[in-house]
Design a protein around this ligand. Structure first.
Ligand code: G3I
Length: 327
């Protein structure tokens, strides 16, 4: 018989999946069986919730919340302030120019008040700021309209507004390439500076978009250690394991090779063993998807190239990767 993931890991961390309106319906049974946490893959992003100023569209987000409440799942909110999937009006003055700083922060506050306020007490953790660190060289913060108009203070503001809107919600800084040694130190520097200024931040989200080759286990461990040393909670927020190594440009595969699946299973076992070592630090592990029949990686880095990065196959059946992590 098939063990439930949420039972297997109940003494370690919550086990979650990112869903969209289609997968939430199609994979309903799988979700209810295995998971105790949900994240909206897209439906709680700024452009989805407030496409026009003051016009909020909560239908899909509410449907996810209703499903979670009806089935006893927790919800992680994703995401409030990001350079991506944010409508242009947020940064514009309506006369062809750029919004000024006060206007930008007023819009940020209005958005956060409304969204976090609506789900107060229901969404227990929020990715408040997503991907604000630069991937380039020495540069600390990623260039974006948030930074350009608001200055680096935009990050602290977002956390303060979120904390005011729901003082009980756990507030996270979330990023990718989190295990790369250079980016790891930048994330550490940012989060440490927030803590030093008493900004209300409670955790670091490690997206964990990994592949069967990299990052190395040593780099993953070093990142976990470094962030944990700040005394914050760690959530693995967007886990998947691409079957393609970094330089694999093949686009003709109709199915993953045996070798890919074996390597993937071994890696999944290793990282779950690692996560379990950090009991009390890592309190949630969320997959960025449910089953291999749909993943954002089908369109990244190559549009239309199928990938198989999750632990359930195209039919929602457990893969070798599943059996290794529950083993
Ligand atoms: O809904 C529109 C549709 O109306 C339009 O016709 C179509 C044309 O391209 O686009 C549709 O929107 C797409 C959306 O996903 C919904 O499927 C966007 O193009 C597409 O860019 C968007 O991709 C999402 C991506 O974030 C955007 O940055 C992925 O689904 C989502 O998995 C991904 O998630 C991010 C996390 O939020 C943050 N960390 C990285 C992670 C992976 O990129």
């Amino acid at each position: 018989s098939i063990p439930k993931l949420r039972e297997v890991f109940k003494n370690h961390f919550l086990i979650g999946a990112a869903v969209n309106p289609i997968t939430l319906k199609r994979e309903e049974e799988l979700i209810k069986f295995h998971f105790n946490s949900l994240t909206a893959e897209n439906e709680m992003k700024f452009e989805r919730l407030q496409p026009e100023e003051g016009k909020f569209t909560f239908q899909h987000a509410d449907e996810l919340m209703d499903f979670a409440a009806a089935n006893g799942l927790k919800v992680r909110g994703h995401t409030l302030v990001w350079h991506n999937q944010t409508p242009r009006w947020v940064f514009e003055d309506g006369r062809g120019g750029q919004a000024d700083r006060d206007t930008l922060f007023a819009r940020m506050k209005a958005h956060i008040d409304t969204v976090v306020g609506r789900y107060k007490g229901l969404i227990y953790a929020w990715d408040v700021v997503n991907e604000a660190i630069s991937d380039k060289g020495e540069e600390l913060l990623r260039p974006s309209p948030w930074l350009e108009i608001g200055g680096e203070e935009f990050i602290a503001r977002a956390f303060q507004y979120a904390h005011e809107a729901d003082p009980d919600a756990l507030l996270f800084y979330n990023d990718y390439n989190e295990s790369d040694p250079v980016k790891r130190e930048k994330i550490y520097t940012l989060v440490k500076s927030l803590l030093d200024r008493d900004v209300p931040i409670h955790g670091v989200g490690l997206q964990a978009h990994w592949n069967i080759e990299s990052p190395s286990l040593d780099d993953i461990r070093a990142a976990i250690e470094r962030y944990a040393s700040l005394g914050l909670k760690l959530h693995i927020t967007e886990l998947d394991m691409s079957v393609f190594m970094h330089d694999d440009k093949r686009t003709d595969l109709k199915a993953p090779t045996e070798q890919m699946l074996e390597k993937q299973a071994e890696r999944y076992r290793q990282i779950f063993d690692l996560f379990k070592e950090y009991k009390g630090h890592i309190t949630s592990v969320t997959f960025w998807g449910v089953a291999d029949n749909y993943t954002w990686l089908d369109n990244f880095p190559v549009r239309g190239r199928k990938n198989w990065p999750l632990v359930f196959d195209l039919e929602g059946k457990p893969k070798q990767s599943f059996w290794e992590i529950v083993g």
